[in-house]
Design a binder for this molecule. Structure first.
Ligand code: PA5
Length: 468
């Protein structure tokens, strides 16, 4: 079976969906811009913040080290906990959900064949206590992941965990910590060197949301027996497919062009709708990639803009029963992307029964595999009738190779779209602002944070009448 993922944009086009869709003439007119965007992304390959484009090619040694470490972790520990947030957590969680059993942690240890995985990406005060209730510290390995090496959420988790480990494991505690961080920036690398923790590096040119295919994502995946070489192979093959600037041969470039034209027509929301529980968290991962990369208020030439398209995470068929009504009859402000799976890893036949009720008896002898795809097609048809723009990305199967292709595809679409919008795709000043402000609120006394505290006082006084 050909394992290449496929993009079908028929339902994006006016030829198919009517005048609310993209006119072919508009797409044709955009081709020179698309070629320019392609050239700009290619010119940046491997440079500045585009180190992620090298990851499918330059990690032989890293992968060997990750695999050896993962084998050791599997031997020594029952639980593997990722401490990270944003780009340091969404990828590992999405890949684990996609490629392992849907109830992985609840499987008996022999069936899992690897430690349980927890991705702790929040600091809800109840969360760490809840984690401690379900893990045995003496059999748990923590992977502290932060590119900047100073993110308050992750580093506070680090402090909590190290104290707990010292109490539970005594002198042996350092064996329970693996670090993934920048080799050149931040405090975590200094801590790691001081304590002698085993450390993996996030290359300088790989930002958080583009980091799944470096040790950020690969280590947790390898620990859980995911074939990380196949993931990288998938990414490489997608990269090769997209080296051409022929729009109808490069799926990521075509997609970027259509998303830009859709935005220009007022479609300022991108609904990601996987029809597979395994891909549910892929929509979360995509949401960060798309939102944080494209949501910018200034162009590369310094012109003000308010670029971006709001990502919406959904799940088929579940959200047919909650959001589809809006998508079919609400504002014409969305593009819906279906993630379709051709061959699921299980077949669930529907038994015969209820013979006296024809509409239910009719289901007998069919399968959930048929039903989920029929429902997806039904939703696609309802959206077509309502003249909504959609596209379908088909994964022949959900496996490490197709997931590698899919994630790299979205990374490229994001990079091309950022180039089309003429923005900096790879920074996140809005996030940085919130980080500084949070430290200021916490009372940190550096020059920057003290100034931020003062600046924050300049907000208008809150009126009691608006607080009920
Ligand atoms: O994409 C990004 O750069 C961010 O979302 C980061 O991943 C997130 O803020 C966490 O940062 P760090 O990895 O430095 O802890």
């Amino acid at each position: 079976m050909n394992q290449s993922i496929r993009l079908d944009v028929n339902p994006m086009m006016a030829e198919y969906v009517g005048p609310r869709g993209i006119a072919r003439a508009d797409l044709d007119a955009l081709v020179p811009e698309l070629k320019r965007a392609h050239a700009a992304v290619e010119a940046g390959r491997g440079k500045d913040m585009q180190g992620w484009m090298d990851l499918p090619y330059n990690q032989e040694e890293v992968v060997a080290d990750i695999e050896a470490t993962a084998a050791k972790v599997r031997e020594e520990f029952d639980a593997f906990v990722v401490l990270g947030i944003g780009g340091s957590a969404l990828g590992p969680a999405a890949v684990q959900a996609a490629l392992n059993h849907l109830h992985y942690n609840e499987l008996p240890a022999e069936k899992r064949g690897a430690p349980k995985l927890y991705v702790e990406d929040n600091i809800d005060p109840e969360r760490m206590a809840a984690l401690m209730d379900v893990i045995d510290l003496s059999k748990t390995c923590f992977n502290v992941i932060t590119k900047s090496g100073g993110t308050a959420e992750t580093m506070s988790q680090y402090l909590i965990v190290t104290e707990a480990l010292k109490a539970a494991c005594g002198d042996d505690w350092k064996r329970h910590i693996l670090i993934t961080t920048s080799a050149s920036k931040g405090f975590l690398i200094k801590i790691a060197q001081r304590e002698g923790f085993k450390t993996f590096y996030i290359p300088d040119g790989v930002g958080g949301r583009f980091s799944e295919l470096c040790p950020v994502g690969l280590l947790a995946a390898a620990v859980c027996n995911i074939d990380i070489r196949a993931m990288l192979e998938g990414a490489k093959d997608m990269d090769e497919r997209c080296k051409t600037d022929e729009v109808f041969a490069n799926p990521a470039l075509l997609d970027a062009g259509l998303m830009l034209l859709a935005m220009n027509k007022g479609a300022n929301m991108s609904v990601m709708m996987p029809y597979a529980d395994s891909l549910k968290l892929m929509a979360d991962w995509y949401a960060q990639l798309w939102a944080e990369s494209l949501g910018k208020n200034v162009t590369l030439d310094g012109q003000p803009c308010n670029a971006g398209q709001t990502p919406i995470k959904t799940l088929g068929v579940t959200d047919q029963h909650s959001q589809l009504q809006l998508y079919t009859e609400g504002p014409f402000d969305k593009v819906i992307t279906f993630l379709k799976v051709e061959k699921f890893r299980a077949t669930t036949p529907i038994p015969h029964g209820c013979d006296d009720i024809p509409t239910i008896a009719f289901l007998g002898g069919k399968s959930h595999n048929q039903l989920i795809e029929a429902e997806r097609q039904g939703t696609q048809y309802a959206l077509y009738k309502a003249q909504r723009m959609c596209q379908i990305i088909t994964l022949p199967e959900v496996n490490a190779y197709t997931v590698g292709q899919l994630m790299y595809f979205f990374e490229l679409v994001t990079a091309y779209t950022g180039a089309l919008l003429n923005i900096n795709t790879f920074n996140q000043p809005g996030v940085e602002e919130s980080k500084v402000a949070a430290y200021a609120v916490m009372g940190y006394d550096s020059e920057v944070h003290t100034a931020k505290r003062e600046e924050m006082k300049n907000r208008p006084a809150e009126k009691a009448e608006y607080i009920l």
